[in-house]
Design a binder for this molecule. Structure first.
Ligand code: SF4
Length: 493
């Protein structure tokens, strides 16, 4: 077995969010450490890991397709399913005949061990769920016994503490995604993620800081802080831990205690304290925040944030709807008036701030009038870019059972209308940049010979250059806007 092991090739497919991407990266590293070879899709692999996503029905469908396709590419390969879809529908996944192993969320950092056990133990039948709770429970697909395929797997699979992957070796050269927490306690009525990921578990700050210091040594200049609900970072730290971290990072030991129900209030050791510490790491030039809960943004938070020079002036605030009644049905805990104020706070603090958002259209009971209110609100707020999702019911959520599900054609029309608005906004913003000089971190050269990179406020800029610009920050003068992209030239002045 040892001899075979060292020749084994592993291919990863990661669907969904940046947190999944981080975890796939971490699992890849555990294989590399044990001398497995990570290969891309062009090569036939011996092990396929599909890190699934469950955020939409489309993501689930894609996950199933990838699982099946992997076995079609190599019928002898071990096909492993992990990720959020597994968490919410493990029986359903277990019944896909192409799947060999179903990996629970707590098992991701033990993936190599589990694969090696699987290889060694011929008594483990295919499609057996290997989560420890059910380790000896064989799932007999042929008899199709008493498995409830709609079962939601909740806390049984989650630990109380953050599952640490250790320091990951990054293959990226410019930007690295760093996971700072897992889980979410918000329970928006349309969302399955709290069931899939469990309650908020924050990563210890020392581990985050050491990982970022390590990657900084490798020349990576930008970190993107990610998680399932990063605004909740630190809310789960015990009083003793909070005191310990405050002492360790030089904060005084008196701090405002907060009611756990008000989980976004600052105090203790929360996101802002973590950002203040990351900001001190010399080699890191940019700190980008992943999607954030709007209510995190208060005058107090932004006051401290705006003192941190490395924070990117781009905030992705998930709004979801511009109508208070719809927001209430979604269990989003803010009003449009509060949201508008949050945008004002950010726009006042950062002149060049870019705001982007996610919107769901066709949420149950969304009348024409409600949608018009959303449309008018979005026109007023003028996001740079909006990601538009047509609502689709997720099994096991509150919204799935709501009356007045909206017709698909109506959802499509609403979605088109908002996509057009988003594109208009983006073009208009881009036009306003012509002639301006911006600082761009270049990432890669595309097939047309352009170097592409992002400004700190996340505008995509491309330029032609003879010189290699990969992982270099340059001042670029924008010369034209090509639809949704900006084209520039090096500014030597
Ligand atoms: S905040 Fe809402 S939408 Fe986001 S992960 Fe939590 S429950 Fe889902």
């Amino acid at each position: 077995m040892e001899g075979i092991k060292h020749k084994m090739k592993v291919h990863f497919i990661s669907l969904g969010c940046k947190t999944n991407q981080y975890e796939s990266n971490a699992m890849e590293q555990s294989f590399i450490k044990k001398s497995y070879e990570i290969v891309d899709e062009k090569e036939k692999a011996d092990i396929y890991v599909i890190n699934t996503c469950s955020v939409t029905n489309i993501a689930e469908r894609k996950s199933r397709q990838f699982l099946r396709r992997a076995k079609a590419i190599n019928p002898d390969a071990i096909v492993i399913a992990s990720g959020c879809y597994v968490q919410v529908a493990k029986e359903e996944i277990s019944k896909i005949k192409e799947v060999d192993l179903v990996l629970g969320i707590n098992e991701k950092n033990k993936i190599v061990e589990i694969v090696e056990d699987y290889l060694k133990n011929s008594h483990i039948s295919k499609n057996q769920d290997i989560n420890k709770k059910d380790k000896d429970e064989k799932i007999d697909k042929n008899k199709n016994t008493n498995i409830n395929t709609n079962a939601i797997v909740t806390d049984v699979m989650h630990k109380d503490e953050y599952e640490e992957f250790g320091i990951i070796t990054y293959t990226e050269v410019t930007r690295a995604v760093i996971k700072i927490q897992d889980g979410c306690d918000r329970f928006c009525t349309y969302c399955i993620i709290p069931y899939a990921r469990g309650k908020v578990r924050s990563r210890q700050p020392e581990n985050i800081i050491s990982e970022i210091k390590e990657i900084a040594k490798k020349g990576i200049q930008e970190v993107v802080l990610t998680g399932i609900h990063i605004a909740s970072y630190g809310k789960d730290f015990s009083e003793d831990d909070t005191k310990k971290y405050r002492k360790l990072y030089g904060y005084n030991d008196t701090y405002e205690k907060f009611d756990p129900k008000e989980d976004l209030k600052t105090g203790g050791f929360r996101l802002i304290e973590l950002l203040e510490q990351i900001n001190k790491i010399d080699e890191i030039k940019r700190i980008r925040l992943g999607s954030i809960e709007p209510k995190l943004i208060t005058e107090e938070f932004v006051n401290r944030l705006s003192k941190l020079k490395k924070i990117c002036h781009h905030f992705h605030l998930s709004l979801q709807s511009g109508c208070n009644e719809t927001l209430k049905r979604m269990n989003r805990r803010y009003t449009v008036e509060e949201f508008e104020n949050i945008c004002k706070i950010l726009r006042k603090a950062y002149q060049d701030v870019i705001l982007t958002t996610d919107i769901i259209v066709g949420f149950p009971n969304e009348t024409n009038e409600e949608f018009e209110r959303t449309y008018n609100f979005l026109k007023r707020i003028k996001f740079y870019k909006m990601h538009i999702f047509k609502y689709s019911p997720k099994r096991g959520t509150v919204a799935e059972k709501m009356d007045n599900q909206i017709d698909g054609n109506i959802k499509e029309m609403r979605s088109q209308k908002l996509i057009e608005l988003s594109n208009e906004n983006q073009k208009e913003y881009n036009q306003s940049y012509i002639g301006k000089v911006v600082s761009v971190l270049f990432e890669e050269k595309d097939s047309d010979g352009y170097y592409k990179g992002h400004t700190d406020n996340y505008l995509l800029v491309k330029i032609k250059s003879e010189k290699c610009l990969e992982n270099i920050i340059c001042n670029v003068k924008i010369i034209k806007s090509d639809g949704l992209e900006l084209i520039g030239e090096i500014n030597n002045n």
